[in-house]
Design a protein. Sequence first.
Length: 437
Amino acid sequence: SYWGPIPTESDTTKQVYEAQGLALWAYPLKVPYYAVVTPTGLFFDGVGAGVNALQESGVIYQLSQLFGPRQGPFGLLVNFQAGGLDGIGGGLTGVHDEFFGADNRFKIRFFGSTNQTIKTHFGAIIPQGKNTWDFGAGYRVRPTARYFGIGPDTKEEDEEGNGRESHYTQETTWAGVTLARSLTDDLSASARVMFTASGARGPHEDEADEAIDRVYPEVLNDPNFGYRDRSDGVGFGLRLMHDTTLEDGRPESGNVYRVAADYFTSVDESKLGYWTYRAEAQQFLPLWFSSRSLALRAVMAKIEVTDGDIPFQRLYTNDEPDLFRGYKDFRWRDLGLTSLTAEYRWPIWANTPRGLGLDANLFVEVGQVFDEFESLALRDMATSIGGGIRLIGANGFLGRFEVATSDEETVFRIKADQIFQYDRSSFYHGRNPIPIR
């Protein structure tokens, strides 16, 4: 041969590999393992093959021109979302990435839905050396907001089988500014001040029979409950964040740790004052193949009232980003909230240069609202399991489609917000600061 004579096959030139057998305890797990993995893998492989076909036909390119990166500092983007309480909706977002300065960013957005939800906001980010200013203001009205009572043990139905779901219209307005300063490459501190107004009035006429005062008439005896009333006030907050992730939307390693404290004082006649405390930890662990990771998230948040009575619409509830994804928004509410999430992610269609990519994910999530820490109990934890597809662009996260199920219902969502890495530039992105998160 080219390399010289080939020696005769012998024990010194031949290696035989034998597969190691499974341990006895592993055999009973094979059937449920393949029962879950096989259909899941086939489904996501089919999604990946379908996306490849769309790419070859040019459809992906046309969509990327509409939803993807812009060729220039400004652009107009189309938004779409579905699922949850808002129903099917869409809108327009205008952006400018050189707004009176090379690195200044400006965004304005309008959104409307079939359930008559309306949201509009504008925001700006202005970096100045190690400092970054984040400005924003917004307005949102949700005629299909829900109320089941307060506490982790509220039920969908009473003992007689009557539904306990009630509705109201939630109206919120906010304006604020955050000043963040980079302390090291991974550590930053920020301070913010904001004005917030929250109102709770009767629901849309289609849900008039399920208004809060119809299902829970006792709330009319509490003048401080907050129904058919407004709560206006000013909040001041400090935050410390440690972030070692290198990208937005698809980090394979790193962590995000954040602690925050805010004080709210009313500017109306309620004389309300309270503190909110929040601690959040996110960890991203690389797994055995490239671009596969395990994302972990833990949240603990608590309100401590110092003066007056807090209205129900300012209590913590399962809403973005603390969703309890197997339940629709506003299923529970109370003074405190905790949530634990584990999410496995893997690519089903890789990014092309400056293009789009798709990640599949499977997740399990448990959470609970509570009034005092002593009230935390495993029996009251709300559990969700589900999966979905995440859309990743060259500049980071773009959107997600998810289906999650629980002991009460199955919920699907199409959203442009992510659960992880949610708190970056909150005013610029139009995050609703009620309740304070």
